[in-house]
Design a protein around this ligand. Sequence first.
Ligand SMILES: [Zn+2]
Length: 341
Amino acid sequence: MSRDPLFKLSEAGLFCPRGAFYVDPWGAVSTAVITHAHADHAVKGSRRYFTAEPGRRVLWSRMGQHAKIEPLAFGQSVDLNGVKVSLHPAGHILGSAQVRAEYKGEVWVISGDYKVAPDATCAAFEPVRCHTFVTESTFAQPIFQWEPQQATFAKIHDWWRSNQALNRASFLYSYALGKSQRLLAGVDPSIGPIFVHRDIETVNELYRQSGVTLPKTRVPNAGMTIEEWGHSLILQPPSARWAQGFPHLGHFASAFVSGWMMLPQGSQSRRVQEGFPLSDHADHKELLSAITATGAERIMVTHGYIDEFVIELKSLGFDAVPMRTPRCRKPPRVTEQPAVV
Ligand SMILES: [Zn+2]
């Protein structure tokens, strides 16, 4: 093994000096290997990007049409100054990848964001053996335990039907890239018409062009009828307060789709009363099982409950260290009280 670490944190992000490339840099660099196209992982301005082939359209739409993007098939490797780099499914959103880097027998895997639960819109998470594993820790607390997604979709269907019975539209807040498409692929379109915010429809089109099957969706317009309104499921990004744009059409119910819905009601992170705990991130148990499956000796913990998870991993015998970056924000405090959702 080489003595210098294969990666180190630099001003622009996680850098591989030997290979002269960055993983998910937060500044413009020469060569960027991108785990996925969410804004906190993919930043404009780099000279060239590597990304997993299924996510290339989405990344292009975010980086601009002149961005030089070199797609790699999952498992395909590229030599970057003697470092063998390949991408492997992370199961987070379409095209999300773990970055495997190997030099003189030393292997690092930088996982980006990942989840283990199945998702019809992207390739399933693949454990990759390595010596050093960089893991996120967004939901690395025992309170976060996802139920099977079929149970969550059944609850969403019940909620949608009960709103229909009251002639109320059903508004779901969900992130435009990834979460919304997973929702659309999982809901039963026979229940009623599905409308989406324009930002979500833009991503839907990229997914469809990438071969992902999604039900028919429409962007509401002035021609939307009161009957459609009362039977509809309407997806909007969390930042939108879009329902307020249709006061003439009647009442609505709203709910948020997020892993944070496992937090107790009344928590500052619970901005709406109703919620469905569907997440694009691994829950606490899934993080532990994914980490164990890598066989890694050294775990670097970033993005989430860093301190708490480092302590837990050390207690389990891992050589765990924190990896704090400017992107790491302090997560909500978790109390002992379980969520009621
Ligand atoms: Zn992400």
